[in-house]
Design a protein around this ligand. Structure first.
Ligand SMILES: Nc1nc2c(ncn2[C@@H]2O[C@H](COP(=O)(O)OP(=O)(O)OP(=O)(O)O)[C@@H](O)[C@H]2O)c(=O)[nH]1
Ligand SMILES: [Mg+2]
Length: 413
């Protein structure tokens, strides 16, 4: 029953920070006034947020990429760049987030409003005005913006039906679900065609989603194990809303009302509280109906008449049922941010330094500039990169990579 698990991969990229600006005040009698380059704005982060109005991961199948907004660059006159806004990506309640490679679970977004920081934004770079010091009167460099975090994640969801479709065998349950969703169940003109439940996701025009389950036909005695009904009543148990389909085409003289009596009796003897579930009773195969002693809504999955209106009624019941589910306080799940510095050695003998603070230390607007280079070196020392390299066994002449920057290590630094 693989269609009970919905899964997808998503690619997230936090917004990049804007670059800091190098600028100098213009003053009438001074060639270069004081530095006044503003900071770049921080990028926007990406959050995964559980939302009760999303029922599946379908939206990510064809469009797995989500990008946070970037911060804008700083400018002269100490003007800061604007902050990129955070992006909230809505996922169904019950979505489990897994590491893409290891499949280790990272977060469980159980209830409406639960949120998890999935891709960290990049910080804005500082403008040259921030590097003014006694020694450095006209700082000629600024920081670049930090790149937002980019990652692939795996999402998994155990699909829970919002609506269970129940009815006698052969009344058109599978035909209905296949006409309103992408589900492709087997359909045939004999009883017990459907042997296990099929799930289908219905997307309404406003984006609202609900999951329908096509349950194998129920017959009199299903609650005591007759037919196939018994084991599948379990699936009915978990649905928020029941859709009862009654065959309007004449067969064995079993009227719609007689079908309804048997069905309600069966689900009630299985579990009395199932009779309290919100339910919609609909006549099926209206195109074949010969008498009109049924006064509820009717559909024909063949001519499509009545389908939209029944879906509208169903979605209203599902919305109501979801909202009356007690809300457990939403939680923000935190994850530790990697601030540690680590050193790895490549096959060619060169070294690679990994770690946010190390990469930031060399992300300056112009590293060919002596002043900037000197500043970067001091920062690398300060955040512990030089110590980490020495511990790892680096020697003079070795090449060291940090972010997009490479240099040759010299002992006396
Ligand atoms: N004329 C007409 N035939 C329909 C309609 N809906 C379903 N059928 C036919 O009725 C037969 C049974 O349809 P299914 O969808 O397999 O019925 P089911 O309720 O899923 O049956 P089980 O899986 O056996 O319980 C098929 O031959 C369908 O083509 C309808 O609206 N109009
Ligand atoms: Mg069927």
């Amino acid at each position: 029953m693989s269609n009970f698990v919905d899964e997808c991969s998503i690619n997230l990229k936090g917004g990049d920070g804007g670059a800091g600006c190098v600028a100098f005040r213009r003053e009438a009698h001074v060639a270069k006034g004081g530095p006044d380059g503003g900071d770049g704005g921080d990028g926007g982060s990406i959050w995964l947020v559980a939302d009760r109005n999303v029922a599946s991961l379908l939206a990510f199948r064809d469009h797995p990429h989500r990008k946070g907004e970037s911060g804008s660059h700083g400018s002269g006159g100490n003007r800061h760049g604007a902050r990129g806004s955070d992006l909230e990506v809505k996922v169904p309640e019950g979505t489990v987030v897994l590491d893409h490679a290891s499949r280790a679970p990272l977060a469980d977004l159980l209830h409406h409003g639960d949120r998890w920081l999935a891709a960290q934004s990049g910080e804005g770079g500082r403008g040259n005005a921030r590097f003014l010091s006694n020694k450095r009167r006209a700082p000629s460099f600024a920081e670049q913006g930090e790149h937002g975090e980019e990652r692939w994640l795996r999402l998994e969801l155990k699909l829970m039906a919002d609506v269970a479709i129940i009815g006698f065998p052969n009344v058109g349950k599978s035909t209905f679900i296949s006409s309103v969703s992408a589900a492709k169940p087997k359909i045939a003109n004999y009883p017990f065609t459907t042997l296990e439940p099929n799930l289908g996701v219905v997307r309404m025009d406003d984006g609202f989603e609900m999951v329908l389950a096509d349950i194998p036909g129920l017959i009199e005695g299903a609650s005591v194990g007759k037919g196939l009904g018994h084991q599948f009543l379990r699936h009915v148990e978990r649905a928020r809303v029941l859709l009862v389909l009654l065959d309007l085409a004449p067969w064995d003289d079993v009227s719609p009302q007689a079908q309804l009596d048997v069905l309600l009796n069966e689900i009630g003897s299985y579990r009395p509280d199932l009779l309290e579930r919100p339910r919609l009773v609909v006549g099926s195969k209206s195109d074949l109906a010969t008498n009109d002693d049924f006064d509820g809504p009717v559909i024909s999955s063949v001519t499509r008449s009545g389908l939209q209106s029944v879906l509208g009624d169903l979605s209203a019941l599902v919305r109501e049922a979801r909202e009356s589910t007690p809300s457990i306080g939403a939680t923000t799940l935190h994850r530790p941010l990697g601030t540690e510095i680590s050193v790895e050695r490549f096959d060619d003998g060169s070294w690679n330094v990994v770690g946010r603070s190390a990469v930031r230390a060399v992300a300056l607007s112009d590293l060919t500039n002596d002043e900037a280079l000197e500043f970067a070196q001091a920062r690398l020392k300060q955040v512990g990169v030089l110590t980490a390299l020495r511990r790892a066994g680096v020697t003079t002449g070795d090449t060291v990579h940090i972010g997009g920057f490479s240099f040759d290590y010299e002992e006396d630094e």
